[in-house]
Ligand binder design. Structure first.
Ligand SMILES: [Zn+2]
Length: 126
């Protein structure tokens, strides 16, 4: 099916894994989620109160990150906590921020009120 020219350029297919990873990263909400997980594992309700977005929408973005192998999930009693599988992702985020000069992180540090068990037991956090 491929002609000669296409075959010669098929080397770009070797980057499919890298491209899939970057594709998973290339979304404002998913980037925001990763920034929030920088200080440790969090439940969906914590992400919900920091991002001000609906839980169904956040869950949808979390599953994209999970499928890309960027997140791991741990269950603790009734709660499900999300964390990054490899902290190396933060060095990518740092590089992107350095390149763009963006400082979106400050917008995420002041939630209205977080009802998650973690924040309720640690009032310093929220
Ligand atoms: Zn919380």
């Amino acid at each position: 099916m491929m002609n000669m020219i296409e075959e010669r350029h098929a080397a770009h297919l070797d980057y499919a894994i890298e491209a899939a990873l970057l594709k998973a990263l290339a979304h404002p909400t998913r980037l925001a989620i990763l920034y929030l997980l920088r200080d440790g594992p969090h439940c969906v309700c914590h992400l919900e109160s920091y991002l001000g977005l609906r839980q169904a929408y956040i869950s949808q973005q979390l599953s994209v990150l999970r499928e890309a192998g960027l997140l791991q999930v741990n269950r603790a009693g009734w709660n499900i906590y999300y964390s990054v599988s490899d902290p190396a992702v933060f060095s990518i985020l740092d590089k992107i921020q350095a390149m763009t000069g963006a400082s979106s992180m400050s917008a995420l540090t002041h939630p209205q009120h977080c009802p998650c068990p973690e924040c309720q037991s640690n009032s310093k956090k929220c």
